[in-house]
Ligand binder design. Structure first.
Ligand SMILES: [Ca+2]
Ligand SMILES: [Ca+2]
Length: 212
């Protein structure tokens, strides 16, 4: 079931306390068509129990739960938790031709559009198909989205954690990689999942959205 859910997610997409540093994305670099949400900042922070991945956009967006609003945000958070491009799979940015994340192997992923009524989204471990629900919060006034991930979910990695994100409204229209990752205190099981997932990811989440 978890495997099925994971494949549904991937198929559906085509989809920092300590030394907190923010990564920045240019203003006005959106692509695609329809209403565009311009990503400008990504920060990855941590406290004793959680990692916090926060993105900020230049312009307004609507909650992904507002299914009738054409400005509702969608997209995908991805994490390279072992700083190894050979574990996990190629991030979504690469599949949409965005020149980012060349050294990024996505070990975990969570889709914004997969939000449930309890304000959680599913965080998938792309290496073993396991998953947990993690909290997601939207600040519509500040144009921000924050994903809260319990540290245990990442399996106590020992290297820097990097993030990547791709967002959009009617379609993915901006993306960035954040390589100013947090350095956790404490070992993932490397395994390759790779292109099989992408190969299976035929359908698009945006096609599904348009049908609604
Ligand atoms: Ca941007
Ligand atoms: Ca990796």
């Amino acid at each position: 079931m978890k495997r099925f859910a994971f494949l549904l997610l991937v198929g559906g997409v085509l989809g920092m306390s300590s030394a907190a540093k923010a990564g920045f994305d240019p203003l006005g670099d959106t692509f695609g068509s329809g209403y565009k949400i311009d990503l400008i900042q990504y920060s990855l922070t941590e406290d004793d129990t959680n990692y916090y991945a926060t993105i900020v956009t230049a312009n307004a967006f609507a909650s992904p739960l507002d299914l009738a609003d054409p400005q509702r945000i969608g997209g995908l958070f991805e994490f390279d938790t072992d700083n190894n491009p050979d574990t996990g799979y190629s991030p979504h940015q690469n599949t949409i031709g965005h020149p980012l994340a060349e050294r990024f192997g996505s070990d975990f992923m969570a889709a914004i559009f997969g939000i449930t009524a309890d304000d959680t989204v599913t965080l998938f471990d792309t290496r073993d198909f396991s998953s947990i629900q993690v909290k997601i919060a939207f600040d519509l006034a500040l144009h921000s989205v924050t994903l809260t991930i319990p540290k245990a979910a990442f399996g106590n990695p020992t290297t820097d954690i990097y993030g990547a994100v791709a967002i959009g409204a009617t379609s993915i229209n901006d993306a960035m990689e954040h390589r100013e990752g947090v350095t956790p205190r404490s070992v993932p099981e490397p395994s390759s999942f790779g292109l099989i997932v992408l190969g299976l990811g035929g359908a698009t989440f945006f096609c599904r959205r348009k049908k609604r």
